[in-house]
Design a protein around this ligand. Structure first.
Ligand code: ADP
Ligand code: MG
Length: 290
C-alpha cells in the first residue's frame, strides 16, 4: 500500500542518517529539480584555518592578532573561531573588548580598549577607507586561490589582513557529479566574495552566487521555485529562513538544533553524497507508488 512504502522509505533513510519529517518530504524530494547549497559548513567542513597573518606597515603580527581576537571574541562566526584559535596558538592575549556587534554578511565590530575596531571583508574596509591598495591587491590574489580574507582596522587605521582556508568536504565534488547525472541543477549561495566563491564552486563543479546577504538567499530560492521543486541545504544556523522558504529544506550536520526545528529533513552524517542519496530514495519510493 501507499503508506507502507513511504513508511519503509522513512525507516530505511533513518538507518543511514537521513531523517525526514513525514511522508510529504518523500514526495517533495522526488520532485526536486534544483538545489541551493550554503557554502560554509555545508559544502565545506566549516572549520576555517588561518593561513596568513599580514600586518600593515608599523604593526606587529601580535598587535594585529590582539585586536582581531578582541573583536572576534564577541562573535560566533566560524571565521571568529579561526582567528581566536590562531591568537591562542601564537600566545597572543586578546585586548579587553566589549559591545561586539555583528554586521551580517560584512563583519563584526567591537570597542577594543575604548576605541571602535572592526574585522570585516576587504570590500567593507575599502568602503570605510581602512585598507590600502597593495593590501587589497594581495587579498584579491589570495581570494582567487580559494581563501577568505578579512581586514582588521581601528577608527579608520588599517592594522592588516588575515587569510583563512575552509576545505571543501571530501565527497562534495562526487555529490555534484551524481546530481548532474540525475538531472538536478545545483548552485552555491554564499556571503563570501566572488573570487573565493568561484575558486570553491569551480573546484566542485557547480554554479555560484556570491556576496549574498541572508535576504538575497531567500529571493534566490523563491525565484528558483518558479522553475520546479527547490531543495535548500544549509547548516541551519543562519540558513533557517532559506530552509523554510524552499520546498524541501535539509539541515546538514549533527549538532544543529535550529536546523532540525526548521528543516523538513536532516543529514546527520555530514556527507554531501547523502543529498543525491535522499533524492534517489524518494524517486524510487514514488516510482513504486505510481
Ligand atoms: P557565508 O555565506 O559564507 O556563511 P557570511 O554571510 O557569514 O558568509 O559572511 C560573509 C562575509 O562577511 C565573510 O566572508 C567575511 O568577509 C564577513 N564576515 C562575516 N562575519 C564575520 C566575522 N565574524 N569576522 C570577520 N568577517 C566576517
Ligand atoms: Mg553559512
Amino acid at each position: 500500500s501507499v503508506p507502507a512504502s513511504i513508511a519503509s522509505a522513512l525507516s530505511s533513510g533513518a538507518k543511514r542518517g537521513l531523517l525526514m519529517k513525514g511522508g510529504a518530504v518523500i514526495e517533495g524530494a522526488a520532485n526536486v529539480r534544483h538545489i541551493a547549497f550554503d557554502k560554509t559548513g555545508t559544502l565545506t567542513v566549516g572549520k576555517p584555518v588561518v593561513t596568513r597573518v599580514l600586518p600593515a606597515a608599523g604593526v606587529t603580527e601580535a598587535g594585529l592578532l590582539a585586536v582581531a581576537a578582541a573583536v572576534e571574541a564577541g562573535s560566533s562566526h566560524p571565521l571568529a573561531q579561526a582567528i581566536l584559535r590562531k591568537a591562542q596558538e601564537a600566545g597572543v592575549e586578546p585586548l579587553p573588548s566589549r559591545d561586539a556587534k555583528a554586521l551580517p554578511g560584512q563583519g563584526v565590530q567591537a570597542l577594543v580598549d575604548g576605541t571602535m575596531a572592526w574585522v570585516a571583508s576587504p570590500r567593507f574596509a575599502s568602503d570605510m577607507s581602512a585598507i590600502d591598495g597593495p593590501a587589497i591587491d594581495q587579498a584579491t590574489e589570495l581570494e582567487a586561490q580559494g581563501m577568505t580574507v578579512v581586514a582588521v582596522f581601528r577608527e579608520g587605521q588599517p592594522l592588516g589582513t588575515i587569510a583563512m582556508r575552509d576545505e571543501p568536504r571530501a565527497d562534495a565534488a562526487e555529490a555534484m557529479r551524481q546530481l548532474k547525472a540525475m538531472g538536478v541543477s545545483a548552485v552555491m549561495l554564499t556571503g563570501d566574495n566572488p573570487r573565493t566563491a568561484q575558486a570553491i564552486a569551480g573546484s566542485l563543479g557547480l554554479d555560484h552566487q556570491a556576496e549574498m546577504m541572508p535576504e538575497d538567499k531567500l529571493v534566490a530560492i523563491r525565484k528558483a521555485a518558479e522553475g520546479g521543486g527547490v531543495m535548500m541545504i544549509g547548516d541551519g544556523i543562519n540558513d533557517a529562513p532559506a530552509l523554510k522558504q524552499a520546498n524541501i529544506g535539509v539541515a546538514m550536520g549533527s549538532g544543529t538544533d535550529v536546523a532540525l526545528e526548521t528543516a523538513d529533513a536532516a543529514i546527520l552524517r555530514d556527507r554531501v553524497t547523502d543529498v543525491p542519496a535522499l533524492i534517489r530514495l524518494a524517486r524510487a519510493t514514488m516510482g513504486n507508488i505510481r
